[in-house]
Every structure is written in structure tokens, then in C-alpha cells.
Design a binder for this molecule. Structure first.
Ligand SMILES: [Zn+2]
Length: 207
């Protein structure tokens, strides 16, 4: 489990910022881990602000909602730069569904951390094709701490790090994830992708 580093914030010591990334496939508990870290900071009376991309409206517009209904209020923002204005005076900034922001999120997180803010970013590290997702790889590079969480493969019970799309769609952003995706291990993800390209029915449906 991730333990926060001890930073000198005693009298006369400037607040220090850093970046944490929590990444993994769908159903891996990313948001739960983000909420756990944010709640602990809140209990310590730190000023916490949570953002998510405005396009993610799956459940409730103002909540970062994890699948176990353990939610925290959040602010939807259309572009990453808006967080620089809204996060003024925050000790901790949480960002959920970070993969849906564009590359400018990286610079925004760096700026916030340089200003002394603890930044915790949660997001999918890979898309449904198994490719690095949006700004996540660059964020992982500039972060002090990277935590990769895992789901359980629905096919074989191994550790899963891939989000396999069951629904036939080529759109990178497909909301309503519980029906559309399965967590799969490397082997079962590959098997599934092979089936998709060889089955004529699946091929036709994709087009
Ligand atoms: Zn498997």
C-alpha cells in the first residue's frame, strides 16, 4: 500500500509538491485508491480539490464515483489548464479519469507540483487496444510515485492489466464501462483480440 512521504512542512519550511500516478485497467480499483488517499488528506484538514474531465458523465456530474459507490465531490473541467485557476490554495489536487485529458495535463500537473501542491492522478494506462492512453505515459515519467493496480481476469482468474472491449465499437471513448469491457490478463486479452480479427461476424460488426 502506498504510504505518503514525510515532507518538511514545519514552521518556516515551504510546502513541497509532488506527483503521484495511480494507473491500471478497468475494474482495478484506481478510483477507490484515489479516494482513499484524498479522504486521508481531508481528515488531516488539508485543502483538497478533485477534478475530472467534463466529458465523463457516467454517473453523477459532480462526483468522482467509483464502482463501489464510495464517492467524493468533484469539479468537471473541459480543459486541463482550468485546474491551474481552480486549484489555487489547495494542498492536494486529485484528478480522476486522467486519460481523457490531452497532453497539456502533464504540464499542468508539473506546474501544480512545482508550486507546492501534492497532485494525485488516476487513470487508465492502456486503451482497449492495449496501447498507452493519452497523457498517462508522460505523467508516469514525470511522477515521483507510480502505483499500478490490477484487476482479476474474468476468463482465467490471473492478474489482469488489460481492458478488453466486448462491445463492437472503434471509438476510443466508450462510456458505460461495466457492460462494454472485461478485465483480462495478457494471454486472454491476446486471445480475445485474435478472435475479433478472425471471426467474420465480429469483423462486420466493427465496421
Ligand atoms: Zn486470463
Amino acid at each position: 500500500m502506498f504510504i505518503e512521504p514525510r515532507v518538511g512542512t514545519g514552521p518556516g519550511v515551504a510546502r513541497r509538491g509532488w506527483i503521484e500516478v495511480v494507473c491500471g485497467s478497468m475494474f482495478s480499483g484506481k478510483t477507490e485508491e484515489l479516494i482513499r488517499r484524498l479522504n486521508r488528506a481531508k481528515i488531516a484538514r488539508q485543502r483538497v480539490e478533485i477534478f475530472k474531465p467534463a466529458l465523463d458523465t457516467r454517473y453523477h456530474v459532480e462526483d468522482v464515483v467509483s464502482h463501489n459507490a464510495n464517492s467524493i465531490r468533484s469539479t468537471p473541467v473541459p480543459i486541463a489548464q482550468e485546474m491551474l485557476l481552480l486549484a489555487g490554495g489547495c494542498d492536494v489536487v486529485g484528478i480522476d479519469e486522467a486519460q481523457f485529458f490531452d497532453e497539456s495535463l502533464v504540464e499542468v500537473c508539473v506546474q501544480l507540483a512545482n508550486q507546492g501542491t501534492r497532485v494525485i492522478v488516476a487513470g487508465l494506462d492502456m486503451d482497449f487496444l492495449g496501447k498507452p492512453f493519452g497523457p498517462m505515459p508522460a505523467l508516469m515519467a514525470v511522477a515521483e510515485f507510480v502505483t499500478k493496480v490490477h484487476a482479476i481476469c474474468v476468463c482465467c482468474g490471473e492478474i489482469a492489466s488489460y481492458s478488453f472491449r466486448v462491445a463492437a465499437s472503434e471509438d476510443k471513448i466508450l462510456l458505460g464501462e461495466t457492460d462494454a469491457y472485461e478485465a483480462r490478463c495478457r494471454y486472454c486479452f491476446q486471445e480475445g483480440m485474435k478472435e475479433k480479427t478472425t471471426e467474420p461476424v465480429a469483423k462486420a460488426a466493427v465496421r
